[in-house]
Design a protein around this ligand. Structure first.
Ligand code: COA
Length: 187
């Protein structure tokens, strides 16, 4: 059974901003990063951003864009999954959809960053095949880069080469009603 059975996954809309930012502190374990995700992302990057819902409850999201400066790159700005729904493949599915949109636009790589303290995010990105990019610092053995916009002051940078991906991880349709089978024990 697909891990995302019973979910509606669709492109983000402006009205999603409020509900996404309402859950961020809890989903990020108390870290408050909402200032880094203003509502303009949900206005201007709808076609490269996704939300996942179960019976109208928000269970996941990804906000990304096609980089206007570097024509071969796309960038995931934020992604989050409801704690109850983690380790079920939902973020992998959302990244797969984003990668397909990026690939269709001729992008050859996807970049992302995360705070150096966010070990879950680092492990997740590495599991998806992202490589750590060099930084100007080393923190706990990780290549880090000073970044004053995050509370901890340092990030790690990732890159996924789309050429290296064997097969798309998810369909790129604008709005996909997942299979009607229910995922037991969740929601
Ligand atoms: C990071 C996050 C988005 C992962 O979401 P998820 O839906 O649980 O991830 P998936 O289930 O799709 O996992 C994909 C792969 O990564 C692995 N993975 C996910 N979280 C992991 C963790 N904490 N440690 C190690 N591996 C992990 C999974 O085991 C899976 O591997 P597999 O497919 O080979 O079995 C989620 O933990 C989250 O929302 N964290 C808080 C917000 C955050 O930090 N966002 C990222 C920075 S913007």
């Amino acid at each position: 059974m697909s891990p995302c059975s019973g979910l509606l996954i669709r492109h983000a809309q402006p009205h999603d901003w409020q509900r996404v930012t309402a859950v961020m502190p809890q989903w990020w374990g108390g870290r408050d990063l909402r200032v880094m995700l203003p509502s303009i992302f949900f206005e201007h990057f709808r076609t490269t951003s996704f939300v996942a819902e179960r019976e109208e409850e928000l269970v996941g999201f990804l906000v990304g864009f096609l980089c206007p400066t570097h024509a071969d790159e796309a960038y995931v700005h934020f992604a989050g999954v409801h704690p109850v729904w983690r380790r079920a493949g939902l973020a992998r599915d959302l990244y797969g959809r984003f990668c397909e949109v990026a690939r269709a636009d001729g992008r050859r790589s996807v970049r992302a960053v995360t705070s150096v303290v966010n070990r879950d995010s680092i492990a997740f990105h590495q599991r998806l095949g992202f490589l750590l990019l060099p930084g100007d610092l080393e923190i706990d053995g990780l290549p880090a880069t000073g970044e004053p916009s995050v509370p901890e002051g340092a990030i790690v940078r990732f890159e996924l080469r789309l050429d290296d991906l064997a097969a798309p991880a998810a369909a790129p349709e604008a709005a996909t009603e997942a299979a009607t089978r229910q995922t037991e024990g969740r929601g």
